[in-house]
Design a protein around this ligand. Structure first.
Ligand SMILES: C[S@@+](CC[C@H](N)C(=O)[O-])C[C@H]1O[C@@H](n2cnc3c(N)ncnc32)[C@H](O)[C@@H]1O
Length: 225
């Protein structure tokens, strides 16, 4: 068996620990230090891709669509969002950890076919929460995969995104008929209710980690009327 080789590491802000980036043959892994396990593996990306397909399904015929993706990870959600929108649209990807962007500019880029090189991609290095707080109708779709789900994981601070106030900000930052799509490792009935309370037409979908097999993930969808 080919051994893993560590290619890089990065500190997560606010004492969030360390990210470790490794390669084994053509497989890449980003792990969280300590016992918190694997954040992403390059072979498991179906639900990350479907997140963008569901979140951008209403944008196929939209001119100048504006999409926000948070965060970059291995680029699969970004690549699927670019595929879903028109040639004159823009997809802004917010990534908290600068090294993750550098890894995607290097060996990791091939996994999702180098979405950072697409001229429609705009990179925001920093916290996606700054863009969610714009509170003026700005984006037609907001695709969030920054955590394990509404419970948080990478950043404790991220839990504010899923709070009633966080959802109010997202609602205001979406354009009319805009969609928020949120990746989660599992269902959370309370969160679906919170989306509804915030004014969204909400539903959740179960999506497998690999097409037709693997772990069952949840994608929460909230449509602004
Ligand atoms: C699970 S990965 C995303 C995977 C991505 N959907 C893909 O297709 O590869 C989560 C990413 O979100 C980033 N992240 C975590 N919190 C963030 C925040 N508040 N703002 C921006 N990026 C964040 C992490 O550094 C990590 O790169």
């Amino acid at each position: 068996m080919i051994p893993w080789t560590q290619l890089g590491s990065a500190q997560i802000p606010n004492n969030g620990g360390e990210l470790k980036f490794s390669q084994r043959g053509d497989e890449f892994s980003i792990r969280l230090s300590g016992i918190r396990g694997e954040l992403m593996n390059s072979r498991l990306f179906n639900s990350e891709k479907v997140l963008a397909e569901l979140g951008c399904a209403h944008l196929h015929f939209t001119d100048n669509a504006q999409v926000l993706v948070g965060g970059l990870g291995m680029g699969y959600t970004l690549a699927a969002a670019l595929k879903a929108v028109s040639a004159n649209s823009q997809v802004t990807v917010a990534e908290l950890i600068p090294e993750v962007v550098v890894w995607n500019q290097g060996p990791l880029g091939n996994c999702a076919k180098n979405p950072l090189e697409d001229p429609r991609t705009k990179v925001h290095i920093g916290d996606v929460r700054a863009l969610l707080k714009i509170r003026k109708p700005t984006f037609d779709a907001i695709l969030l995969d920054v955590d394990n789900g509404p419970e948080g994981l990478t950043q404790k601070d991220n839990s504010s995104i899923y709070s009633p106030q966080g959802l109010e900000y997202i609602y205001k930052t979406l354009r009319p008929k805009g969609m928020v799509a949120i990746w989660s490792a599992g269902p959370d009935h309370q969160f679906t209710l919170r989306l509804k309370k915030a004014g969204f037409k909400a539903e959740d979908r179960v999506v497998r980690a690999r097409p037709g097999k693997g772990s069952r993930h949840t994608i929460f969808l909230g449509r602004k009327p």
